[in-house]
Design a protein around this ligand. Structure first.
Ligand SMILES: [Zn+2]
Length: 583
């Protein structure tokens, strides 16, 4: 039990008075008064009101700060803060009253306080909001990524927010009622709170409605209501999903005419990047030399490409889907993807993973983790535990290629490499210690605490590492050009906020996410052999570098590059189709 030895308030005061006379080492009078106040017997609804007020005050600073930022002038934002505080209080009262009758109600209330404290820390440290998509993405991250996000500051913040409430909960005495009276009162309090919330929302809708419509993220800043709502949504979603059907897309998949008389089979590497921003590639005009090696390899860098989502879980399956962003997000069922179609056409397909998983994209095709099968000395050089630099994707690639089924390999090969890229917040871990041209680096996970220059240095070093990995991939393809017609296509899954507008990391809802979270690099490279095979006009390709493209293009572009026929193929979305016709 949290509290079983409650002294009465009078006892506490008496002790304090006596001790002040007897000089015994005991709590000062003010503390005794505070304890006496805390230890007053309270009806349940009184305790719930106090705790709700405390949470509104102590665990919602991101919301109050954001409302002040949006409002601009005190005459505007004080009003919206007042309205939101009322709604937040009413919602929190409804929530806390629901768990008030349980034997462990104080422990449950404290758990809510702890959750609110942790959530507030992340909202303040990274300026994120906990909507269901952010939470789903977070629940799919692995232990390393979680460790990256833990820090001493988190502990300190939790202590600051939760300790006063914990102390109060330890002392407070809830007046017990018979169980049916307790339940009746709980329900009445919950309903009253909901009525206040509804009435308040209606009465203030003239202010509230435009505010919430223009700033959707505000609703995900109501702490602890938003994280609990998002958590429940993510946890319950599978129950209501009633096993989505898998819609086949492989019907009619076949190799095109170019295979009939091919001298060499095609070998195509698709690199799925992570958290890379288009505007931090020197190839796209960034002032720092982040892409020196790609610059020497006649690549095509497309400068106007946008992602499907703002986090990995939203973007990666969407990139490989035949549906495109709009239909993908509205889908009721799952669909077979690009890799299924490539495999069904008879090609050899292999997904090589250097992150936390392929998000179900590679479920039905051969896949492997880059870290598995690394020689011990390579692992020692590239990996920290199971987390490896992206150079691990290239290690042993010849052996991986040779191990693919010979019959399929003779037709053609598609390798997908899923990078660790620029995954934050520990950007400094994404480049080798001896390859950091930009120093000093931010080496803290509390990005807001690092100087802006140090933050950019760490991030830009990670882009330099991606530059090196992509250049090595091209070199490997060149080395295999005697046996294969080769090509590479690199595309990041989403961008990153690096302090602009006070935002960090990524994952904001797409509609309100800043451009830097959505504007992604896309780099293509063709060997001479592949360019001839495809009849691609260099002039045409280079004339397209500023055309608007998106993740919607990957499915059709890859089918086009591999000359795989499918009823799902749309030439209009194939980035290279019109340059092929011109060739
Ligand atoms: Zn990602």
């Amino acid at each position: 039990m949290l509290r079983s030895l409650a002294r009465s308030p009078a006892d506490a005061l008496d002790t304090a008075r006596q001790s002040s006379r007897s000089n015994a080492p005991v709590a000062p009078l003010w503390l005794a008064r505070l304890e006496a106040w805390a230890a007053q017997p309270r009806p349940m609804h009184n305790a719930v009101l106090w705790l709700s007020a405390y949470l509104a005050l102590a665990a919602n600073w991101p919301l109050w700060i954001e409302l002040a930022r949006i409002g601009g002038a005190p005459s505007v934002y004080l009003r919206s803060i007042g309205v939101m505080a009322l709604l937040l209080m009413a919602g929190t009262v409804a929530l806390l009253s629901l768990i008030a009758g349980a034997r462990w109600s104080k422990a449950l209330w404290f758990a809510v306080v702890l959750l609110a404290a942790v959530v507030q820390h992340y909202m303040l440290a990274y300026r994120i909001v906990l909507d269901p998509s952010m939470l789903a993405n977070a629940s799919q991250t692995d232990a390393h990524e979680v460790a990256d996000l833990l820090s001493g500051r988190l502990l300190l913040h939790v202590l600051l927010v939760a300790a006063p409430a914990g102390w109060w909960l330890w002392h407070v005495r809830i007046v017990r009622a018979s169980w049916w009276t307790a339940i009746w009162r709980q329900l009445a309090l919950c309903l009253a709170a909901l009525a206040v919330a509804a009435g308040g929302a209606i009465a203030t809708s003239r202010d509230l409605a435009p505010l919430m419509r223009n700033h959707v993220h505000l609703r995900y800043m109501l702490n602890p209501l938003a994280p609990l709502y998002s958590g429940a949504t993510v946890a319950l979603r599978p129950l209501f999903k009633r096993s989505r059907r898998l819609i086949p897309m492989t019907g009619g998949a076949a190799l095109g005419a170019s295979y009939a008389a091919q001298g060499k089979p095609p070998l195509f590497v698709i690199v799925v990047g992570e958290t890379a921003r288009a505007d931090h590639f020197a190839l796209n005009g960034y002032a720092r030399d982040t892409t020196p090696e790609l610059a020497q390899r006649q690549v095509l860098s497309y400068r106007n490409v946008h992602s499907c989502g703002t986090n990995t879980l939203a973007s990666v399956p969407c990139m490989f889907s035949p549906l495109g962003k709009v239909a993908f997000e509205a889908r009721k069922d799952e669909y077979e993807n690009l890799l299924d179609v490539l495999q069904a056409s008879g090609l050899a397909v292999l997904w090589i993973e250097n992150q936390s998983g392929c998000k179900d994209v590679c479920n039905r095709v051969p896949h492997a983790f880059a870290v598995d099968g690394l020689a011990p000395e390579v692992k020692a050089a590239l990996c920290d535990g199971d987390e490896c630099l992206d150079q691990a994707l290239l290690s042993g690639l010849d052996a991986r290629l040779a191990a693919l089924p010979a019959e399929r390999r003779a037709k053609g090969v598609v390798l997908v490499m899923h990078q660790m890229g620029s995954h934050g917040p520990a950007y400094y871990k994404r480049s080798a210690p001896d390859s950091k041209p930009f120093v000093p680096e931010c080496r803290s996970n509390a990005l807001a605490e690092c100087g802006h220059a140090a933050l950019l240095n760490g991030y830009d070093n990670s882009i330099r590492n991606t530059d090196r990995v992509l250049a090595r991939t091209i070199d490997w393809l060149k080395a295999n050009s005697g046996t294969y017609d080769t090509a590479m296509l690199y595309q990041s899954d989403h961008g990153e906020s690096l302090g602009e507008y006070g935002l960090f990391l990524h994952g904001l809802p797409y509609g309100i996410a800043p451009e830097v979270q959505k504007h992604v690099p896309l780099v293509a490279w063709f060997s001479d052999g592949m360019q001839k095979r495809e009849r691609l006009s260099t002039q045409c390709l280079q004339g397209d570098l500023d055309q608007p493209y998106s993740h919607d293009n990957l499915y059709h572009t890859a089918l086009g590059v591999m000359d795989v026929r499918s009823p799902s193929y749309k030439a209009g979305l194939d980035m290279f189709a019109h340059c092929r016709a011109a060739g």
